[in-house]
Design a protein around this ligand. Sequence first.
Ligand code: ADP
Length: 473
Amino acid sequence: MFSKKLSNRCGTVRFRLTFMYLFLAVSLSTVAFAMFYISLGRTLAGSIDQFLAIEMEEMVTFYHRSTLEELAPWVVEEAKGEGVNRVFLQVLTTTGDVVCMSPSWSESSIDELARIPPELSIGEPIFRTITIPGRTSDIRTLYRQVSDQHVLQFCISMHETGALKKRIREHFGILLLIFTVGGGSAAWFVVNKAMSGVDRVTHTAVKIHKGDLSHRVPVGDEGQEIQQLANAFNGMLERVQSLVAELRDVTNNIAHDLRTPITRIRGIAETTLTGATTVNDYKRMAGSVIEDCDWLDGLINTMLDIAELESGSPSRTDEQVDLNTIVRNACDLFEPLAEDKDISMPVVESANAAIVNMSRQRLERVVANLLDNALKYTLEGGRVEVTVATTTSQVVMTIRDNGIGIARHELRHIARKFYRVDKSRSTRGHGLGLSLVRSIVLAHGGEISVESELGKGATFTVTLPLVHRGQTA
Ligand code: ADP
């Protein structure tokens, strides 16, 4: 139980980050200390060797100026001057016998120190560090052969430097301990504070998982990244919430739009069983059923088309189509409807070919849906103008009517699936026409915009990339 808790804790980002910071900090300070310690050791060793060389020079000068009898007291005096526990001087024969020496350190030291290095030659000084068993500190010594008979030796105890280095090591150990505890706590505090923002995101996600999409992550002051995370998460929630609402609307609308024709078809079927008498009645009812089925078929196909376009799967049926031709054909098709409502429908084609890369059928649907709407929402005696123009890189189609128009606050909703300004749904239509047009245009790298004022008509502008003849998309 406890080990599971511990391993859970070790797996947290908090623990890992704190451990990493601490590990890095301790490693770096240890490396820095090691470098300082090595360089300090070298400096101390250098200054000891320099001291030995200076003292040896003095001893050599005295040796050459005086007799052996005079040298013996000088050696003692010299050692007393520097401290008998600190330095030791002696004159040896080349075979290692002691001629004279300063006050002795210990028997074992003397034997060890009197061992002359075999490679020693006249005038060539030799430095040695000697470890004597039983002694707490090493001895640094300098041998110098001054004649065929004699070797001078000057030794210094490394007790002081050893003690200094030991003190430095101890201080560093204590500092490292304080640093580890203090630094670890500070790192834990900082990481904890930063991670509290992530915790808030997690808590909000858990609440949302339980079904309430209205929760938002409170934005704290842990730093820019955490604030950005909270804002991005809240933005995503906003989007998800609106998508869920849209999905609910779409589902409600589908249910509503399906129920009406299905109820009608069922009613007709009941009548054929119970009330229909003549063949003409049967024919009329069959006609109504076909009409409703076509309507349902249209609805389902449009939904499938929108889904395919929104999924981003590339169209395999794109071809180079002239928008002028499509507009001309569509206007011919809608002419009778316009005449019925006494609506004038002037068309201005572009001077140059307005070639776009799109499936002919889809382009026809774009034009037909916009024209159908323009005629549907324009009152008798009104006017619908269709213009096609080209720029160097674009084809621009404008369909302007002077019909009922759209209120400003409705404008941004009209391209939503199943959205209809007329909530009573008294005019025919699925509420999917503009949604399909928008999906087709966007999927082909174009744009669609609308300008309108209630009671003054609407202007829809579609812009698509212009393709030059023979150019591949
Ligand atoms: P519908 O099948 O209802 O026409 P659309 O997606 O084509 O669906 O249009 C959505 C809504 O936009 C319509 O219900 C209508 O209220 C409004 N609308 C579209 N075109 C026009 C227009 N030319 N004039 C006024 N309102 C329009």
